[in-house]
Design a binder for this molecule. Structure first.
Ligand SMILES: [Zn+2]
Length: 203
């Protein structure tokens, strides 16, 4: 399974409920999906056998909803809810992934408990929420509105992911333009073809 990437793990977590505004779809459906998501998100981390994925699944969803609530309140200009703050701050106090050096090199980064995963995500969420608030945005794609942190140089990012919403909108704009150009050409009595219509289909 491939998950969409926002550029920040905490926002990636928020994105594991897709289509929230129209038909909310849970992507972390079971411990296997959670394991896949974690391994994709933290590809350099070894998740040890002791990590209880059932416990993590039960605890990661409330954290996700809390950080999503804080992010969306920020993009709307609303106040943060106390309960959301408590949950994220509490998780952020936990111990983090274990980084260690060997004689010559770094050992693999390791995670052995749910607490460590939650702490990493909560700290990332706090970092995102401490960023310039004007850079926290919602995707402008139709039926989307996924939140993201715009870290582009000129703060010009508009999409959750260009290959998703950016392409959809650009493809639609291309189709509309081609249709208008064809229409005006036929209105003028011309049979000339104004250009190829071969947009790619967004996933
Ligand atoms: Zn989008």
């Amino acid at each position: 399974m491939r998950f969409l990437r926002s550029g920040r793990p905490s926002l990636d977590l928020a994105w594991t409920v897709r289509f929230r505004n129209v038909w909310p779809t849970e992507l972390l459906v079971d411990t296997g999906a959670l394991h896949d998501w974690l391994q994709e998100t933290y590809s350099n981390v070894v998740f040890e056998d002791s990590l209880d994925f059932s416990e993590l699944l039960d605890r990661i969803r409330p954290l996700r909803e809390a950080l999503y609530g804080l992010v969306m309140a920020t993009t709307r200009g609303d106040s943060w809810l106390e309960d959301d703050l408590l949950l994220v701050n509490d998780a952020a106090r936990g111990s983090r992934f274990v980084h260690a050096l060997d004689l010559m090199t770094m050992r693999p980064v390791r995670a052995a408990t749910a607490e460590q995963v939650l702490a990493e995500l909560a700290v990332d969420a706090i970092d995102v929420l401490n960023a310039d608030r004007t850079r926290l945005k919602n995707c402008q794609g139709p039926l989307c509105a996924l939140p993201f942190l715009d870290e582009s140089r000129g703060a010009t990012r508009r999409w959750c992911a260009t290959q998703r919403c950016g392409n959809r909108v650009n493809t639609k704009a291309y189709r509309d333009r081609s249709r208008r150009e064809k229409q005006s050409a036929s209105d003028a009595g011309s049979s000339e073809i104004t250009g190829p219509v071969s947009p790619t289909t967004a996933s």
